[in-house]
Design a protein around this ligand. Structure first.
Ligand SMILES: Cc1cc2nc3c(=O)[nH]c(=O)nc-3n(C[C@H](O)[C@H](O)[C@H](O)COP(=O)(O)OP(=O)(O)OC[C@H]3O[C@@H](n4cnc5c(N)ncnc54)[C@H](O)[C@@H]3O)c2cc1C
Ligand code: SF4
Length: 322
């Protein structure tokens, strides 16, 4: 389909917000253009965020943590030496996403807001997420779909960055027609039970301007690992991000987030409640891994994800213990 749209370079963030209300913001375009080509997105106006260089900064302020501009590319995050040293989960997640070419163009904000990869959604199927009446994955090809949190729609959220940032308890700075708001990333994504047609709480005209990552307590360690079917540029089948504090051989605080298992980046309650006070020895690691996804309800083809996630959690904890 030949789509007509206007393409605008705003002069300021305020102008971008005003114009984006009746269109879509455009960052690297690596997801949005695919959605337009596949006849899923039909914006009448693209508001080019790249015209706003103030969204491109990586800053670290003592006591306040990190501020990552929404326009920072995945490649810049992967190659930043300060992040590699002090926030490795961020650079590891960025470096594992997509291909080198896509990482050069794809931005942090776009990565967090990309739409799901469910092949029915991306294909010519009028499924629930596109306003139809049915989920075709529920009784169809569901090997890569979610095992928990699905309710009518069984997507997994595709963003690797979101999983790492959830473990690090990041917040999103959002600017829109109603002014600025700061939202924990744990409140950003929407479960199908609340609304199966959107993935985030962003309102028309709202733009993520930056991601704030709190300074991690002394002794914290973070890591992101991802299992993919092909060795390069593939979305996570399952991913695990941990940002944990360890004292005297036991976990004293922090979080583990899971990707590839739920429609949103997932903070499994039982898993996270098991962390504090548990020793990082074989028994403790087995106990923590076994507490993950106990309420999973896999579909016909994806029960393997529960075992895979638990084994990946074990591997992550062993690496942090070593
Ligand atoms: C072949 C392929 C493989 C991939 N593999 C992976 C992978 O393994 N892991 C992974 O995490 N991702 C993967 N991706 C996704 C890729 O990382 C994203 O397409 C990219 O990060 C999106 O960034 P962008 O700047 O190009 O976003 P765009 O395409 O410009 O925008 C995407 C969406 O976000 C919105 N948006 C963009 N910026 C903002 C903002 N600041 N505020 C509010 N809304 C905004 C846009 O309106 C649009 O709806 C893959 C993509 C492809 C095509
Ligand atoms: S899982 Fe969601 S996006 Fe995929 S077919 Fe079902 S309703 Fe559509």
């Amino acid at each position: 389909m030949n789509q007509q749209f206007e393409y605008i370079n705003p002069q300021s963030l305020d102008e971008a917000v005003k114009l984006a209300g009746q269109g879509s913001v455009y960052a690297g375009g690596t997801d949005l253009l695919g959605l337009m080509k596949n006849d899923i997105a039909h914006p009448q106006r693209l508001v080019n965020l790249k015209a706003l260089p103030e969204l491109k900064a990586v800053e670290r302020q003592k006591g306040k943590g990190l501020r990552l501009g929404a326009l920072v590319t995945l490649n810049e995050l992967a190659e930043n030496e300060m992040l590699q040293k002090d926030f490795p989960a961020i650079s590891q997640a960025a470096g594992s996403a997509a291909s080198p070419q896509l990482r050069n163009v794809g931005t942090l904000g776009g990565n967090l807001c990309q739409r799901p990869r469910c092949w029915y959604f991306r294909g010519d199927f009028d499924c629930l997420r596109k306003g139809g009446a049915t989920c075709f994955a529920m009784d169809g090809e569901n090997k890569y779909h979610c095992v928990v949190g699905g309710d009518g729609c069984y997507i997994v959220h595709p963003s690797d960055m979101a999983v790492a940032l959830l473990a690090l308890e990041a917040k999103l700075e959002i600017y829109g027609p109603g002014g600025q708001r700061l939202l924990p990333i744990s409140h950003f994504y929407v479960l199908p039970e609340d609304d199966p047609t959107v993935e985030t709480v962003l309102q028309p005209g709202e733009i993520i301007t930056s991601v704030i990552v709190p300074e991690q307590p002394v002794g914290s360690r973070s890591v992101f690992v991802k299992f993919r079917e092909r060795s390069a540029w593939d979305f996570a089948v399952v991913s695990v991000a941990a940002a944990l504090q360890v004292q005297n051989g036991a976990i004293s605080g922090g979080k583990i987030a899971l990707g590839g298992v739920a429609p949103v980046p997932w903070l499994d309650k039982k898993l996270n409640n098991t962390l504090a006070g548990t020793a990082l020895d074989e028994n403790g690691i087995n106990k923590i891994a076994a507490s993950a996804l106990t309420d999973a309800e896999p579909l016909e083809q994806n029960g393997y994800k529960v075992i895979l996630a638990r084994n990946m959690i074990k591997g992550v904890l062993q690496s942090l213990a070593g």
